[in-house]
Write a protein that binds this ligand. Structure first.
Ligand code: BTN
Length: 243
């Protein structure tokens, strides 16, 4: 991963640039699009992603997971989250890393990284996947109560290249694991990392309720055990309440 690199000093969204590249050329798997300054970064649920110029990592990787059926697409979210977690465990001493479903990476109780995955489907498999990662590295003032960065948690700045190399290394090895069929191991590691897994927490759907995450389906649906029985939620249908 990252052997073919498309670097832009500035762009709207690396996910959008990656998609444009897919239309126009025959792209090699692992091609990597990175910018210092994203002017219209996209987040999950139609949100925006803001990142200070030159301080953080904003990039997208193009995968061609033709081996993966659509109903297992959430494995791409799992390996993305686990790769960021592994990198943080390697680089941030005493950092406590958790994953907030579907794929927010929480460092010492605050979000340090967001992942936006956009898939295109051919027949019933994933033809292309654009894995967009926004990681707060050296930005001190973020202005969001529940957000943080590596510099804020480790009290030192990081060379962006070091962080990137570690992250891409972990992502590549997890992707190869997925390709070789080690789905169960990936799922177990993801569930163990998940905030609220087998723990009672508050959630908001159409109402507020207490529940315990008991599973995440291959499709990404979240299964929560509530006092009234277990319920399945799709993205956007349920939200974690922090306090
Ligand atoms: C989220 O947590 O809401 C997901 C944020 C994803 C941000 C990254 S930055 C690189 C890539 N390009 C985008 O426009 N978004 C993703």
């Amino acid at each position: 991963m990252g052997k073919v690199v498309e670097y832009m000093p500035s762009c709207h969204s690396t996910n959008d640039t990656a998609r444009e590249m897919l239309v126009s050329t025959d792209i090699k798997e692992g091609t990597f699009v990175i910018t210092d300054h994203q002017t219209a970064g996209k987040g999950q649920r139609g949100n925006s992603w803001f990142s200070a110029e030159g301080k953080n990592l904003t990039f997208s990787i193009i995968l061609k997971p033709g081996f993966l059926s659509v109903d297992k697409q959430f494995y791409l979210n799992m390996i993305g989250s686990l790769a960021v977690k592994a990198m943080l465990n390697e680089l941030v001493n005493d950092g406590h890393v958790e994953v907030k479903w579907p794929n927010d990476i929480i460092l010492n109780g605050r979000k340090a990284c967001g992942i936006l995955i956009e898939n295109s489907v051919r027949k019933s498999n994933i033809e292309y996947s654009i894995v967009g990662i926004g990681l707060n590295v050296n930005q001190k003032s973020i202005g969001l109560e529940r957000a943080t960065s590596l510099v804020n948690e480790a009290n030192r700045e990081y060379p962006l290249q070091q962080v990137l190399d570690s992250l891409l290394g972990h992502l590549e090895s997890l992707y190869l694991k997925l390709k070789s069929g080690k789905e169960q191991e990936i799922k177990e590691r993801y569930l163990e990392s998940l905030l609220g897994y087998k723990r009672l927490r508050k959630y908001r759907a159409e109402y507020i309720f207490d529940g315990e995450i008991i599973d995440v389906r291959d499709s990404g649906h979240l299964e929560i055990r509530t006092p009234g029985g277990s319920e399945l939620f799709d993205f956007k249908e349920v939200e974690f309440i922090w306090n």
